[in-house]
Design a protein. Structure first.
Length: 258
């Protein structure tokens, strides 16, 4: 079932459509940094493009867009992801990777491309669904962990297996042309937004790194050891990049130990 936006999962734990954030009281058509409560962490976009993170910043800044309660207009520059898909994309059959997604037009670096939308699940339901899968099933459930400076970790689980959008057809690549950023609009439940990491030509397949890394940052020895132990359970990667890790990333926390 196609849905452009996140929906509440079958467990009903989280309602991503609920509006819990107060709106800004800006009376201009477009909000200004330092004056707008939604932009208290700094400007998010430069035109329609995501502003890059400063090199010296240890943490990425959280992104809050203006929302349904805000006084500013629909044309506000702090409304990008909520406007949805703006490019013509095409689902196509790949040679080895099943279905894939490509763009039919040029996409500039920094532009929002699409959301990874589906049922938003609680941890227990996400684990139950993953443990019910067989080795022949495709896994679409994504686990996103945001590490806060306080040491807390926010977890979001999205499953587009039964209800989802075009994002479910994106394949993994060890050298991707998209990267994922949690963007909040109406509540603390984030939209998992995919932005262009580089200029993308018409006809190119779209991909992101399922592990959340970007351009294969070096992995730690501990990660390497656990990956080697798990290799017999993992699926091969056919991304074809020069830095291919040979296997798709996977998250052991949702699986029971065999």
């Amino acid at each position: 079932q196609y849905s452009p936006d996140n929906v509440a999962g079958a467990d009903g734990d989280i309602d991503p459509t609920e509006i819990t954030f107060p709106g800004c009281s800006c009376l201009t058509s477009s909000c200004v940094v330092h004056l707008c409560s939604c932009l208290r962490h700094g400007e998010n976009y430069n035109g329609l493009c995501l502003k890059p993170t400063e090199q010296e910043e240890e943490y990425a800044r959280p992104i809050f867009e203006c929302n349904a309660m805000c006084q500013c207009g629909e044309s506000c520059q702090n409304r990008v992801v909520q406007r949805g898909l703006q490019f013509r994309l095409e689902v196509f059959k790949t040679e080895k990777k099943g279905w894939g997604l490509r763009t039919l037009e040029f996409i500039a670096k920094g532009r929002f491309v699409c959301e990874y939308a589906g049922e938003v699940l609680g941890f227990n339901e996400a684990r139950r669904r993953i443990q019910a899968q067989t080795s022949k099933d495709s896994n679409y459930i994504i686990a996103v962990r945001e590490h806060l400076h306080s040491g807390r970790i926010l977890e979001t689980f999205v499953d587009p297996t039964y209800i989802g959008n075009v994002g479910r057809f994106l394949n993994h690549s060890c050298e991707p042309n998209l990267f994922m950023v949690p963007v909040r609009v109406d509540s603390m439940v984030p939209k998992l937004a995919l932005f262009a990491a580089t200029d993308i030509s018409a006809g190119e397949e779209l991909s992101y790194d399922y592990s959340g890394r970007f351009h294969n940052l070096p992995i730690t020895n501990r990660e390497q050891k656990s990956l080697e132990e798990d290799n017999r359970l993992r699926k091969p990667c056919y991304c074809g990049s020069r830095t291919c890790a040979s296997f798709l990333p996977w998250d052991t926390s949702l699986f029971s130990t065999p």
